[in-house]
Ligand binder design. Structure first.
Ligand SMILES: [Zn+2]
Ligand SMILES: [Zn+2]
Length: 345
């Protein structure tokens, strides 16, 4: 089968012909239709996440159909459409797993990082971590829900848990890429005011945010028109943490939603004082996946996708690195998908 392979960090992926894997106990063999590409893939390829499996097939927002069942799998039927997220498996028996916090499991395995992912014609997945996907989304549109959507949703859920109940919040989204463009729709639909913060000079992302319902879109170092109840940071820039802290009101929270961030500069304690909080959000749980994939069609979330072919993955990574597109990049693996014409742009 065709696959795009990382042989060593900081090198381009190379196209290779490798054997179709054989599903073991509890696993699904999936024929991949499309696979989203996110900033975490960039961190893996750029060597910012330690000890990837090598050689590695990256890609962790996999949409495909069950091609074969490993021994003992009864949860899925051949031909069923499934989605595979970043969290590819956990031990199932540690304290965190027993508390349904498998996102913190020390034995967790991550798709497209510690096990091969979806930039290939076929992949394996733990059947317990393969989600049924909502109808009404085609294969391309649904792919970004599996990481951009899910990580954003977990950040959103933990944000709401930290705030007193109120009908409307002012929410800042720092970095308006794949995750923010989905979460913005969820928050606006729930009646909240979204304030978008983009890189200096990034007028395109600012306009994109306003089109999706943000009440304002400005540079991250400028204070919002009113104090925020919460700020969610998707951009991997540590200097946004003190900037966001200055933008949140007393009792507010700053949520760091990325897996990797540059160092956070020091800041005066007065900026944290008055019960402001900073927290990170790690990965996702299966509960997050089930809740978000049920919520997305109700909003309904409409994803903006930029398709690429499998052979164009390196270009997609580079375009993401330089912020050259709106919304989310999706690699179209099954090029017979009728609605995908990646070469036409
Ligand atoms: Zn565990
Ligand atoms: Zn991701």
């Amino acid at each position: 089968m065709r696959a795009m392979i990382l042989q060593a960090p900081r090198q381009p992926l190379v196209e290779a012909d490798i054997p179709v894997p054989v599903p073991g106990p509890g696993q699904l063999l999936i024929k991949v239709a499309a696979c989203g590409l996110c900033r975490t893939d960039l961190h893996v390829v750029d060597g910012e996440l330690p000890h990837p499996k090598l050689p590695l097939v990256p890609g962790h927002q996999i949409v495909g159909r069950v091609a074969a069942l490993g021994p003992g799998v009864t949860s899925h039927a051949p031909g069923a459409r499934v989605g595979v997220p970043w969290l590819g498996g956990s031990c199932g028996c540690c304290r965190f797993c027993e508390e349904e916090r498998e996102n913190l499991c020390e034995q967790a395995r991550y798709t497209g990082y510690q096990q091969d992912g979806g930039f290939a014609e076929y992949c394996l997945a733990d059947a317990h971590y393969a989600f049924t996907l909502p109808a009404g989304f085609d294969d391309l549109q649904v792919a970004p829900l599996l990481c951009a959507g899910l990580i954003g949703y977990r950040a959103w859920r933990l944000t709401l848990e930290a705030l007193p109940p109120r009908r409307h919040y002012d929410i800042g989204l720092y970095g308006f890429g794949a995750a923010a463009h989905i979460l913005c729709q969820v928050a606006v639909h729930a009646g909240h005011r979204v304030h978008a913060f983009v890189r200096p000079g990034d007028a395109r992302s600012a306009a994109f945010a306003r089109r999706l319902g943000a009440v304002e879109a400005r540079q991250a170092d400028v204070l919002p028109v009113r104090p925020l109840d919460a700020a969610i940071i998707f951009a991997p820039a540590g200097e946004l943490v003190p900037a966001a802290l200055r933008a949140v009101d007393r009792g507010g929270i700053v949520v760091c939603a990325g897996i990797h961030m540059s160092d956070i500069p020091s800041f005066p304690y007065a900026d944290l004082w008055q019960e402001r909080q900073i927290r990170s959000v790690a990965n996702l749980t299966r509960r997050d996946g089930e809740e978000f994939l049920a919520l997305a069609p109700l909003v309904p979330v409409r994803t903006t996708v930029r398709p690429y072919t499998l052979a164009q993955v390196n270009r997609a990574l580079d375009d993401l690195r330089h912020g050259r597109f709106e919304g989310a990049a999706v690699v179209v693996v099954d090029e017979s998908l009728a609605d995908a014409n990646p070469d036409e742009e």
